[in-house]
Design a protein around this ligand. Structure first.
Ligand code: NAP
Length: 365
């Protein structure tokens, strides 16, 4: 079942009163048992969602990072300073119930932290990615049948963090954690994470664009499947998975229950955000032939790798993952738009070029 515009709006408006409360979908009551949780990272995008939720549930949190990103973000949380690249001394001689690893991108780093922490933490939750899957992924695949992405030289660390070998390195990191932690390893594989603090334009572009009003150019097919997960939903669920103690193995963390479809998603967001915009769907081929430089519009790729936007979340949902309506995610993001500093380039055309292209599109024979 896919989301229709009507069902999208119904779910959004029924819950509208709760929209201002990030994390509504996850209970924020204290957990029955307080845990000591180590967070590798913690001050980027998803880390703060994990930490805020864990603190709200009554857990004690320790962060480990270099102290470069947003220092002082959590003045009341212990911050151990070090580097994944062989400066782990601050972690020695300490015990935690669980670790959440946000900052593992190279298998050597994953191995070093897993070996050092083994025997000193219960569960090792590694934040991986669906990019760990090979391009052979099919709609029928799940966490156990999908093949891993591979790289020629697994020891090659020359690529940047989010470079071409990102997925293969995540796959290797997962394997390092499992090698050391066995059944106590949890590999969470998110798809596109969005929500408050998302440093990308993958959802923000549409929200900013809708706020500007006027006609919006939307490239590609209007039934394009799209999966977005709100960081607050994912991070709250990860903390609850650690509380529960039974989590083990890989979980795809993709939202929502069913993939959105491009048209009802964007039309629903126009309604939910009170935008006066109209949407005009423009063929990719025409766009490429008529525009010199088209930004990535991720994840609005042409005929893109569809299985990567329709990944099963059945295993994670059976383990308690739940999703707020994306209209609520949008409302949270709009409230905080001024705080955003997108770090990965534009998510669509600039307004002037867009208007020129729309005029040309309407004037075509
Ligand atoms: N966004 C998505 O759509 C998406 C999708 C799939 C998977 N993921 C995964 O989700 C995770 C998201 O990370 P995030 O940025 O949101 O995490 P985060 O915990 O919020 O921020 C990254 C943290 O890592 C620390 N760090 C970076 N390099 C380090 C190093 N060499 N040694 C020690 N600490 C270091 C940074 O602090 P310092 O700079 O101070 O060290 C920062 O605290 C990543 O693993 C990513 O692969 C994201």
């Amino acid at each position: 079942m896919t989301t229709t515009r009507r069902s999208f709006i119904r779910s959004a408006s029924a819950l509208g009163a709760l929209a201002a409360l990030p994390g509504w979908a996850c209970t924020r009551e204290s957990a029955s048992k307080s845990l000591n949780i180590l967070v590798l990272g913690g001050t980027g995008f998803i880390g703060p969602h994990e930490i805020n939720y864990a603190l709200a549930r009554g857990h004690t949190v320790t962060m480990f990072n270099r102290g470069k990103t947003a220092p002082g973000m959590f003045p009341d949380v212990e911050n151990l300073i070090g580097d994944r690249d062989d400066q782990l001394d601050a972690l020695k001689g300490r015990d935690w119930d669980a670790v959440i690893d946000n900052s593992g991108f190279y298998p050597r780093h994953a191995r070093l932290s897993a070996e050092l922490l083994h025997g000193h933490v219960g569960k090792y939750l590694f934040v991986s990615s669906i990019s760990a899957y090979a391009d052979t992924l099919t709609l029928e695949d799940d966490e156990f049948t999908a093949a891993y992405s591979v790289m020629d030289d697994p020891t090659d660390e020359s690529d940047r963090i989010y470079g071409a070998t990102y997925g293969a390195r995540k796959a290797l990191c997962e394997q390092e954690i499992v090698k050391v932690f066995g059944d106590d390893a949890i590999n969470v594989r998110p798809g596109i994470i969005t929500g408050t603090g998302d440093p990308t334009e993958r959802l923000r572009h549409w929200l900013v664009r809708m706020q500007a009003g006027n006609e919006i150019l939307v490239p590609g097919q209007d039934d394009l499947p799209v999966q977005y997960i709100d960081a607050a939903d994912m991070c709250g669920w990860m903390v609850r998975l650690l509380e529960d103690g039974t989590g083990s193995g890989p979980y795809n963390a993709v939202g929502a229950e069913e993939p959105y479809r491009a048209r009802p998603l964007l039309e629903g967001l126009v309604d939910a955000t009170g935008s006066t915009s109209t949407l005009t769907w423009v063929d990719w081929e025409w766009l490429r032939a008529n525009a010199a430089d088209i930004p990535s519009y991720a994840p609005w790729y042409g005929a893109g790798p569809m299985p990567f936007m329709q990944v099963t979340n059945a295993r994670a949902m059976a383990a308690g993952l739940r999703f707020r309506p994306i209209a609520d995610t949008a409302k949270d993001m709009i409230e905080n738009l001024a705080e955003y500093t997108p770090q990965y380039g534009p998510g669509g055309l600039d307004l002037e070029t867009e208007a020129e292209l729309l005029a040309k599109w309407h004037a075509r024979a």
